[in-house]
Design a protein around this ligand. Sequence first.
Ligand code: MG
Length: 159
Amino acid sequence: MRIGIGYDVHRLVEDRLLILGGVTIPFALGLLGHSDADVLTHAITDAMLGALALGDLGKHFPDSDPAYKNISSLKLLAHTAQLCRQKGYKVANIDAVIIAEQPKLAPYIMQMRQNIAQAVGVAVDCIGIKATTTEGLGFCGTGQGMAAKAVALLTTTKA
Ligand code: MG
């Protein structure tokens, strides 16, 4: 078994969609980034890459590459899952937390879990996603940005 951790932050700005776990969420602000800036999916992808010591998202999908401009991060995640399979590993489970003061994310969590599960190629009950505020403290609490943390456990596909 191999375990990995991922952490990501994006700034909240006007005139961008808010996309978390591949779900477009109605909100006045969105996350700024080269891709769709899906902070949750980025943390999960980094956790999977980290589990196999393969570096990070920026190494595999550089933000200097126009091919990744506004790309759905679910595609990057699916590509990473494929890479893990090529290395002889599959995801046992993933757990993640989104850190955001607003909006309320509970209505969207199940759809996020389904999107992530589909991209990774596992059952939805292998994907845990939670959301928390920081009680108004720090850059997440003041609404300057959002953060996400994730862990991924991978198991070998070899006997
Ligand atoms: Mg990111």
